[in-house]
Design a binder for this molecule. Structure first.
Ligand code: FEO
Length: 420
């Protein structure tokens, strides 16, 4: 690293990077590994009529940020403070910035107001702020700044800011990488392809459909330069990264079943074979239903990650687990925990399992499925020890019913929540 603590970088005429380097960070937001740290990118747009600041940095890095900001402008010249996103890694220095530049007008998206209140607390009343609309433009001297809302990339309030004359998109978390290299431009830094995709998978993947909507807007702008809030600034072939987001947001698994078919995946673990027997009967029953492609997987024989890709494209999921020590077994929890990385809202879910004493696993799995905003149309199926022939018939009927609901051939049962 050779960039001095107050050194800035002019990324376009009178547009300066004033962010912070955090090369020693190893875990971001508790979930992302950051093998060579990250950057918090913030920018200053200068004009004879004042300065616009785009975002701040994590509070712990504020010293770098203010040193860089002071090397390109005076606080009294700041007219606009544009906040694309109010997560603390970008808004951490906002309270101090506003104390130093209280005359500046703050711009957030309309969904950002509550977060702005939470950031500035009682001090908010001292400042002027504006809740921007999608597509709204403001003028900074001869320059035109447009707000491009990109909801759910990756928070509801997230937006990008576009400097029209330069065709420069300040894209915030979108197109970011947790990759720290003080050469900053994508054609100068090391190979960050892994970081770019890893970041997408952990930050943007659950919001793929919103990503595709945002790419429509960004493709229409055709930016010449993309300046995200983490990692390299994309000046070489910026549209290649837009195309990458489109590709990453499109299913990676070829759809082989007919368009009208629904995909139902059944996962199970079994200690003594009882839950495995239930799973096979559930599978047989579900397979009877036309228009549903059913797959059965023993979690003992698979890794979680490839299954996550399958699950992302599936319409229905069933989980079978025995109850051991009053809980579902770890491989099932590992899989359920990994689903946070994909969109599960609206998928159909169900659970079953064998037990010895109390049988809590099924209810716990159902709670998790509901927590993932899945539909759970039937009460889960629990059986004590090995199922009898008659009980295996009940398993078949259960699988058939779930598949019928999935195919729209049966209505979900009204569940009495007192039974749960
Ligand atoms: Fe980089 Fe959502 O914060």
């Amino acid at each position: 690293m050779s960039l001095g603590k107050d050194a800035t970088l002019e990324i376009a005429p009178d547009v300066h990077w004033i962010g912070a380097l955090d090369p020693d960070l190893r875990v971001f937001d508790l979930i992302l590994k950051t093998a060579n740290g990250t950057t918090y990118n913030a920018y200053a747009i200068k004009s004879p009529d004042g300065v616009a600041i785009i975002d701040t940095v994590k509070e712990e890095c504020a010293e770098q940020y203010f040193a860089r900001l002071e090397s390109v402008t005076r606080y009294e010249d700041i007219r606009f403070v544009i906040l694309n996103h109010l997560e603390p890694d970008h808004a951490g220095a906002v309270p101090e910035l506003m104390r130093r530049a209280p005359q500046a007008k703050i711009f957030v998206s309309h969904r950002g107001l509550r977060l702005l209140q939470a950031t500035l607390k009682d001090e908010l009343g001292q400042y002027e702020y504006c809740l921007s609309e999608d597509g709204e433009c403001i003028k900074l001297g001869e320059r035109t700044i447009r707000f491009v809302h990109t909801p759910y990339l990756h928070w509801p309030e997230t937006k990008c800011t576009y400097l029209e004359e330069e065709k420069l998109l300040f894209s915030c978390d979108v197109f970011g990488s947790h990759y720290c290299d003080d050469r900053l431009f994508n054609d100068l830094v090391g190979d960050f392809r892994f970081s770019f995709e890893y970041y997408f998978k952990h930050i943007m993947r659950p919001y793929k459909r919103y990503v595709l909507e945002a790419m429509d807007k960004i493709e229409a702008l055709s930016p010449r330069l993309i300046a995200p809030s983490h990692g390299p600034i994309l000046r070489d072939q910026p549209m290649q990264y837009v195309r990458s987001y489109r590709t990453l947001s499109t299913s990676s698994i070829p759809i082989e079943q007919g368009k009208e078919s629904k995909s139902l995946l059944i996962f199970y673990m079994s200690a003594y074979g009882a839950t495995a027997d239930m799973a096979k009967s559930v599978y047989e029953g579900a397979s009877d239903v036309e228009g549903v492609l059913v797959s059965l997987y023993d979690l003992q024989g698979g890794e979680v990650e490839p299954f996550v890709d399958l699950i992302e494209d599936a319409d229905g999921l069933m989980f079978g687990s025995p109850t051991i020590n009053g809980d579902a077994v770890k491989p099932v929890w590992d899989m359920l925990a990994s689903l946070v990385a994909i969109e599960t809202k609206g998928k159909l879910g169900a659970a079953f399992g064998s037990y010895g004493w109390t049988g809590e696993a099924v209810g716990m799995i159902e709670d998790r499925l509901r927590g993932l905003k899945m539909r759970v149309p039937e009460k889960g199926l629990r059986m004590k020890f090995h199922p009898t022939e008659q009980e295996l018939g009940d398993c078949k009927a259960y699988g058939r019913k779930i598949a019928q609901v999935l195919a729209g051939k049966a209505k979900p049962k009204e569940i009495d929540f007192a039974d749960l």
